[in-house]
Each structure stands twice: as structure tokens, then as C-alpha cells.
Design a protein around this ligand. Structure first.
Ligand SMILES: Cc1cc2nc3c(=O)[nH]c(=O)nc-3n(C[C@H](O)[C@H](O)[C@H](O)COP(=O)(O)OP(=O)(O)OC[C@H]3O[C@@H](n4cnc5c(N)ncnc54)[C@H](O)[C@@H]3O)c2cc1C
Length: 472
């Protein structure tokens, strides 16, 4: 630990904050769901905006790196303190206040996503963004990655549900970004530069979130197609129809086959089938009407099933929930990305993707949020240096192709350090320069979450095996 870091920690402790530098605390703050890790020198636990302001002011004075951290459920290594220094744990900033008149949740950055939704539910309201990690992820982490979820099909990502936020800049100054109002046209909306900024521009301390009236009812329907291509045609038919599913999840035939083999799902799954799982919400009659129309639009190209009660809904959902764990039928390791494709290019992209996978002898299961064009692509392999290298090369080519076809390198998981190598595939130099200029203006000493987003750093890190994380 350097003298500067020691002095900074002493000053932070004197302010009354808990600091930990024991091995176990540092390890817990060194890893995220990417399973890569990098040890910090110390972990500091903030409980208020003032705490965050004091930590950043001190870190700035002593030139110490600070990496903000929510729950560490991110998938791109964004919360890893690659250059050491302090991890600032924000999970203690977890207040939740609901204003039913304005339909707004005022929350601390460390509030857990599912808990915000549950508190809103006490007022007949709901918070729409539902990343599958919602029982663990924090609102600060969701904002930092612009997290999405299944319901983004109808309600959008975090960006679409965020009214305002407070952030602490690198020098400790607190800024208010927009207000919890339905409209705001008072100059630049600074809120937006923090969405997707991954803790590199400032630390979000509080947020005001849009809430919506809870839908009266939901209908869940499942369609099996005899090939991926037929399923893509089905998706196009849905998108061209007036239907507005709240969820539209695609699982390709490789993924569905893995679930079938594991027999963990109680549905009779046809061999070689691809699947589309849809949910329609709204008043009882309209949800049912939409589900019936969904059947009409897809028949006769699909075999269809509608859930008649909660138990059957759970059964249909178990197919989607099994998708990610079942993929390990195809290899003991995976590399995954969450690309976004223009709707008109999906089928063409996947014929390229699957051919490349066959040529490179790598299983490549895919599932995704079809109504957003956001697909989770994977290459599976059995752990060995050679196949891992091959899978990494294949992924780079797959990501490049997505961008070449007008797509994006990430729809919800963000960049972190793992995808920083793709930033210059996505963005030209002028855009990268503009982003770096904003970074320099807000964090001139470069203390916040270094070696992420704006630059790709060479490192020899490898994912850890055998580590159990809370959501495993
Ligand atoms: C099982 C599982 C399923 C998942 N499913 C989805 C999904 O469906 N959709 C989806 O979008 N993602 C999903 N994720 C990814 C992940 O949960 C999200 O990226 C989530 O938004 C991360 O939140 P977190 O609190 O864990 O953030 P962390 O991982 O702790 O941090 C992520 C980034 O945010 C920064 N950060 C954290 N808090 C703050 C703050 N207060 N101010 C500034 N920066 C901050 C960190 O520095 C880091 O750069 C999933 C992850 C898991 C493990």
C-alpha cells in the first residue's frame, strides 16, 4: 500500500467510514459475474451521499483510484479494480421511498432492483426494468450499465425508466442531474451521460425512477418452430403486427435441445425445435385477446401453447429459466456477448454466425430478447488453452460482423474491460475523442474506475474457476 493510499484511508476512517483491508473483504470486492478478478488495496463502505463525497474528495487529493461497486453482478468486469486502490461499496445506500401520486420511487444507488419493484407493488405500482439478476443487482449498477431485462420489450431499459439522479464527481462535488418530473427541457440533461458510464464519470448516489400501474393480468404463450429460421420469420410477423408483447424471448434450437436433454423442464419439447416465449399484459380481456392474436399470427408455422393458470405459466417459464444453465451440456466453459441487431438482418446474421461456429467446431447456442433485437450469443468449449483462444477469436469475428451489419456490441451488459477492445469497432475516433473529452472534464486526474470503457488495457487476467457467487 502506498503512503498516499494509507493517508487517504486514515482520512476516510477519521470521517467515520468503515474501511477493510483484510484478504476476505478485498477478495469479495475483487470479482464480478465475469469471474475475472483483480484485488483492491482496500474496500470502503459508504452509507450516505456525504460519505461518497468525502471519499472522492480525499481520493482526489491523494491521487488514489476509486472503483464504485454495487452488487458485483455485472458480466463485463466493469466493477473490477484493475489498478488497485479503493473499491467503494455502495450497497449500504439502499433507502427506498415511494411517491404514489407522482408514481416515482426515490432510491439510494445501493437499493436492490427487485426490492424497489416489491415496494412499488405495495402501492399497486411496478418498476419495469427486470434484469434476471434483479434479486441482487443495485439501481446504481443498473444505471451504470443501462441494464435491461425481459420486460424491455415493452417498457425499455433503465434509461427509459430513470427520471433524475444525483452524482458525486471525482473531486467530491455533488451534482443534481434533472428532476423527478415527467418533463425536463432546462438545458443539457446531465442525467444521460451517467447512463452507461460504468462509474467512470462520477458515483451515482440517488435516483428517481418512473413507476407504472401494475397490469391487471398477464397471459403467457409458448411457440415451438421446427427451425431457427422459422422462428425468425415468426418474430418478423409479430413485429409487423399491431401486437405489443411485454416479453418476447427467443431460444434457438441448440439452446432448446440442451434444455430437452437435461429434462429439468416439465414441457414436452419437440426434437430440433426453436422456441418463442411471449407475455402479454394489460386488462384481462386485452391480454387474452393479444395472446389469441399471437396464435393467429404464428399458426400454422408453430406448435402453440397458452398457460391457463399460474402453475402452467411457471411451467412455460421454466424453459427460459433453464436456458443459461443447460448450455453447459455443450462444454464446461462459455464466452458470451449481448449484441444488438437491426430487425431486418437477424436471419442473415445468424446464418453467418452458425456457419462460422460449425467451421470453427464450436457449439454456439443463442437466446435473446427478440423484440429488442438483443441476442445473447455464446461459444461453448471445454477448458483448454487452445479452444479458449479459438472461442475468443470466433467471438471477435461475431461481434465485428454484428457491427458491420449495423448492430451494437452490447444491449445491456455494458463494456467494462472485457469489451473495451470492441469500442473502436463500434465507434469512430471522433466519437471516442468526444467521450474521452467528457471523461477528462469530469475526472481530470483519472481516478475513477481506470482502464475501462475508453481504453483497452492489455492484461493477463483469466476467469477464476470454482468460485461460487451469490446468484449461482
Ligand atoms: C444471473 C445474472 C443475470 C443477469 N441478467 C441480466 C439481464 O437480464 N439484463 C441485464 O441488463 N443485465 C443482467 N445481468 C448483469 C448485471 O446484473 C447488471 O449489469 C447489473 O446492472 C449490475 O448491477 P450491480 O449492482 O451488480 O453492478 P456492479 O456489477 O457492482 O457494477 C457494474 C458497474 O457499475 C458501476 N457502478 C455500480 N454502482 C455504481 C454507482 N452507484 N455509481 C456509479 N457507478 C456504479 C461499477 O463501477 C461497474 O462499472 C445479469 C447478471 C447475472 C449474474
Amino acid at each position: 500500500m502506498t503512503k498516499n493510499l494509507q493517508n487517504a484511508l486514515e482520512c476516510i476512517e477519521n470521517f467515520g467510514l468503515k474501511c477493510a483491508s483484510d484478504e476476505a473483504s478485498r477478495f469479495a470486492a475483487s470479482i464480478d459475474n465475469s469471474r475475472y478478478n483483480s484485488m483492491p488495496d482496500a474496500v470502503v463502505y459508504a452509507r450516505s451521499e456525504d460519505d461518497v463525497s468525502h471519499v472522492l474528495k480525499t481520493a482526489s487529493e491523494f491521487g488514489v483510484y476509486v472503483t464504485p461497486r454495487g452488487a458485483g453482478s455485472g458480466c463485463s468486469g466493469a466493477a473490477l479494480p484493475l489498478s488497485g486502490g479503493i473499491v467503494l461499496d455502495l450497497s449500504g445506500l439502499n433507502f427506498i421511498e415511494i411517491d404514489p401520486l407522482s408514481r416515482v420511487a426515490h432510491v439510494g444507488a445501493g437499493a436492490v432492483t427487485a426490492q424497489v419493484d416489491a415496494r412499488a407493488g405495495e402501492f399497486g405500482l411496478f418498476y419495469a426494468p427486470d434484469p434476471s439478476s434483479h434479486k441482487y443487482s443495485t439501481i446504481g449498477g443498473n444505471i451504470a450499465h443501462n441494464a435491461g431485462g425481459l420486460r424491455a420489450a415493452k417498457y425499455g431499459n433503465t434509461r427509459d425508466n430513470l427520471l433524475a439522479l444525483n452524482a458525486v464527481l471525482a473531486d467530491g462535488k455533488i451534482i443534481k442531474c434533472a428532476l423527478p418530473l415527467r418533463k425536463f427541457s432546462a438545458g443539457l440533461n446531465l442525467r444521460d451521460i451517467f447512463i452507461g458510464s460504468e462509474g467512470t464519470l462520477g458515483v451515482v448516489t440517488q435516483a428517481w425512477l418512473k413507476l407504472l400501474p401494475m397490469p391487471e393480468s398477464k397471459k403467457v404463450a409458448l411457440a415451438f418452430f421446427d427451425s431457427d429460421l422459422r422462428a425468425f420469420e415468426g418474430i418478423e410477423k409479430i413485429l409487423l403486427s399491431p401486437l405489443q408483447p411485454s416479453i418476447l424471448e427467443f431460444m434457438d434450437s441448440d439452446t432448446v435441445e440442451c434444455v430437452r436433454k437435461r429434462r429439468k423442464c416439465g414441457i414436452n419439447i419437440p426434437r430440433g425445435a426453436a422456441a418463442l416465449l411471449a407475455e402479454f399484459d394489460g386488462p384481462e380481456s386485452s391480454a387474452l385477446d393479444s395472446a389469441n392474436k399471437f396464435f393467429k399470427v404464428l399458426a400454422p408455422d408453430a406448435s402453440l401453447r397458452m398457460a391457463e393458470n399460474r402453475e402452467e405459466e411457471e411451467l412455460l417459464w421454466s424453459l427460459r429459466r433453464s436456458a443459461s444453465p443447460a448450455m453447459y451440456e455443450l462444454g464446461d466453459s462459455k464466452i458470451g456477448e449481448d449484441i444488438v441487431l437491426p430487425f431486418g438482418k437477424v436471419a442473415t446474421y445468424f446464418s453467418f454466425f452458425k456457419k462460422m461456429a460449425r467451421d470453427m467446431n464450436l457449439p454456439a447456442p443463442v437466446f435473446g430478447h427478440a423484440a429488442d433485437g438483443n441476442y445473447h450469443i455464446h461459444f461453448m468449449y471445454n477448458d483448454s488453452e487452445n479452444t479458449r483462444e479459438r472461442a475468443l477469436q470466433a467471438m471477435k469475428a461475431a461481434v465485428e460482423k454484428a457491427v458491420e451489419m449495423g448492430g451494437a456490441i452490447s444491449g445491456e451488459h455494458g463494456i467494462g474491460f472485457l469489451k473495451a477492445q470492441y469500442m473502436n469497432i463500434q465507434h469512430g475516433e471522433p466519437e471516442m475523442d468526444a467521450m474521452r473529452a467528457i471523461k477528462r472534464a469530469l475526472d481530470p486526474k483519472g481516478i475513477l474506475n481506470p482502464n475501462k470503457l475508453y481504453c483497452s488495457c492489455d492484461n493477463n487476467l483469466k476467469p477464476l474457476r470454482g468460485v461460487k457467487l451469490p446468484w449461482d
